[in-house]
Design a protein around this ligand. Structure first.
Ligand SMILES: [Zn+2]
Length: 109
């Protein structure tokens, strides 16, 4: 009787599928995906210097917050107004950045 050795299958290490890194040259800089399939794009109005129109500024200091509600000139409701002191990084002009925040939570009254 021929002694058949048990068929030992060559062990394949179960390697995870390697993500194909296709190096596309036309990749926009700093295009880190921060979530799956985000289609909503909201334009943010960045504050700028009234003198030189630069948006470069120093870090905010002395944030003042007031619970004031209303509607902005572009018809957005807000519940709080914040003032933050900053300086233009380009020309040094000090200013206060005011922003309107709507912190209303969806609550059925
Ligand atoms: Zn400036």
């Amino acid at each position: 009787m021929a002694k058949k050795p048990p068929q030992t299958q060559p062990r394949k290490p179960q390697s995870p599928p390697v993500a194909q890194t296709t190096s596309t040259p036309a990749k926009p800089p700093a295009a880190k995906s921060r979530g799956p399939n985000v289609t909503e794009v909201v334009d943010v109005k960045v504050s700028h210097c009234r003198k030189c129109h630069s948006t470069e500024r120093t870090a905010y200091t002395n944030t003042v917050e007031r619970e004031i509600s209303g509607v902005t000139s572009d018809h957005r409701p807000y519940t709080h107004i914040l003032w933050r002191s900053t300086k233009c990084a380009a020309c040094g002009q000090a200013r206060k950045d005011r922003c309107f925040e709507n912190r209303k939570t969806e609550r059925s009254s």
